[in-house]
Ligand binder design. Structure first.
Ligand code: DGY
Length: 323
């Protein structure tokens, strides 16, 4: 069992791989490897442990006919050509669940930061502009008692919505299927996307990036939102048409936005960076010590199990197991 890991991940996962595998090669630099470097690293290996920043397309997959497993160190797997992997009988795995709370918490952090203008306030204070309490300084928006719209009520969307209970919020959700947990625990209502956009004060996106969700939120959709609404995205950047969001924020069509993810990550346009009514984070939804450690263990366990021909806990293409 020979493995290529595209980046140094927390030790626990690497140790597990080293204990169980004959060879573990870890990409030695703290940067995103190029496609050529991934292809080189994959030579003579049986399995790949990769990150959401690695584009594992047909060229990479077909470069090694012996590749048996692709273990993604992320819940989202839009960086991998899963159809190509499946055609070749390669098992693809991911790391959901362990990052649910961390990501849901960060979505709340972003929401509060935008609503209460936390980043603007920090900047203002550091710049020495705080000259004493003022009745009109940095007025924001209160969350309690308002309507929360959750786009995508899977694991993370559910964990995010459940925390709304503390703030006595009304919860609307947009999802393919009914979410009985949200309905029972919060009295949440399943609605169509346009209703959610029109009626929510705060909106948070928790969908995977697919052909259907690409640019789901464009200028027209943003204009359906309340003039003082806030939208937060901790899922995948391209779910929002970023240029349209910039235009809407510039025109103050909504109160603000909180982004952890970007359409052309890690590129962020100057137009976006120059806006005051947006809080920008560097894709840190799952970035807690606890979660990243658990992700490394889970990614290693998935990989080892799949290499042994057994079905791993989180497999995104279970059809490759013919049993
Ligand atoms: C994921 O796992 O998909 C997250 O975006 C990582 O932070």
């Amino acid at each position: 069992m020979k493995v290529f890991v595209t980046r140094r991940i927390p030790e626990e996962g690497i140790r597990l791989l080293e204990r169980e595998c004959e060879e573990v090669e870890v990409y030695p630099y703290d940067r995103i490897p190029s496609k050529k470097e991934i292809i080189n690293g994959l030579k003579g290996k049986d399995a790949l442990l990769c990150l959401l920043t690695d584009r594992i397309d047909r060229e990479v997959i077909s470069s090694n006919p012996n590749l048996k497993v692709i273990s993604n160190y992320a819940a989202g797997y839009d960086n991998i050509d899963v159809d190509e992997a499946t055609k070749r009988g390669i098992v693809v795995t991911n790391t959901p669940d362990v990052l649910t709370n961390a990501t849901a918490e960060l979505a709340w952090a972003l929401l509060f930061a935008v609503a209460r203008r936390v980043v603007e306030g920090d900047k203002f204070t550091r710049e020495g502009r705080f000259k004493g309490w003022s009745p009109t300084l940095l007025l924001g928006k209160e969350l309690s008692g308002k309507t929360l719209g959750v786009i995508g009520a899977g694991r993370i969307g559910t964990a995010f919505a459940l925390k709304a209970k503390c703030f006595n919020m009304k919860v609307l959700y947009f999802n393919r299927s009914r979410n009985e947990v949200l309905e029972d625990k919060l009295g949440a209502k399943k609605v169509d996307l346009d209703t959610l956009l029109r009626e929510s004060d705060f909106i948070s996106i928790h969908l995977p990036l697919t052909k259907e969700t690409y640019h789901l939120i464009d200028y027209d959709k943003i204009c359906m939102m309340k003039r003082d609404a806030i939208i937060v995205n901790t899922a995948r950047g391209a779910i929002i048409k970023e240029g349209d969001l910039v235009k809407a924020l510039r025109e103050k069509r909504i109160f603000g936005a909180g982004l952890d993810v970007y359409e052309k990550e890690p590129k962020i346009t100057d137009e976006l960076k120059n806006l005051e009514n947006v809080v920008l984070l560097p894709h840190i939804g799952s970035a807690t010590l606890e979660t990243r450690t658990k992700m490394s263990i889970l990614a290693a366990e998935n990989l080892i199990k799949a290499l042994r021909g057994r079905r791993p806990k989180y497999c995104v293409n279970p059809e490759v197991f013919k049993d």
